[in-house]
Design a binder for this molecule. Structure first.
Ligand code: SIN
Ligand code: FE2
Length: 200
């Protein structure tokens, strides 16, 4: 059961223990070693402030041609497999039998943010998106299924999990800022967010 729901987003506070967070981080570091994080170019020509990489059959990518999923890291290798610890989180909270085929890994350094957007590059919106936060606190903003309107914000802490599904699957959301250095999980600071998606 989620601790609470905001505009259809199910929030599980402290879903992962400290120990589970550390173990998960080790697996994410291994993915980042094989598939180094990079700052995608937006279609508007500016690099994103968030660094990204992916695990799974598909990785999220962006450049002048637009947002899409690709089967290779820009350096040319397939993305590494989605770590077991990540799959277990999906199985616990997604409520669906289908496995995710992308784990997008976002790294927010000091000053990084993510503008309001919908996750809509996937083929079928019946599948939820599951988000896992690690490291520094991030101010997560939730809007509406169309752009604009009133929003609600909440701080996501290390170990929190959010399920974006059902009628809220196409709700706009973004990250306004992080509290750099607020968590000791990442020795050099920063926030990691994993989003698990079914792409195909
Ligand atoms: C995203 O929407 O892709 C990331 C959300 C987050 O960083 O919490
Ligand atoms: Fe998103």
């Amino acid at each position: 059961m989620p601790d609470f729901t905001v505009r259809g987003f199910k929030v599980y506070k402290a879903f992962l223990s400290q120990q589970a967070q550390a173990a998960l981080l080790d697996q994410i570091r291994e993915v980042a070693r094989v598939a180094p994080p990079f700052s995608p170019q937006t279609p508007y020509g500016k690099p994103m402030s968030v660094k990204m990489t992916s695990a799974g059959q598909f990785g999220w990518f962006s450049d002048k041609s637009g947002y899409r999923y690709v089967e290779m890291h820009p350096q040319g290798a397939p993305w590494p497999a989605i770590p077991d610890a990540v799959m277990r989180i999906w199985q616990s909270v997604s409520g669906v039998d289908r496995q995710p085929d992308c784990c997008l890994i976002n790294y927010y350094g000091e000053g990084a943010r993510m503008g309001m957007h919908q996750d809509k590059d996937e083929a079928d919106f019946q599948w939820p998106v599951v988000s896992v936060s690690l490291g520094d606190e991030g101010l997560f903003r939730i809007g509406n299924t169309t752009r604009g309107g009133k929003t609600e914000s909440l701080w996501l802490h290390s170990g929190d999990v959010v399920v974006m599904g059902g009628a809220a699957r196409l709700t706009y959301h973004g990250v306004d800022k992080i509290r750099f250095g607020s968590s000791s999980l990442l020795p050099k600071g920063g926030r990691i967010n994993l989003t698990l998606r079914v792409v195909e």
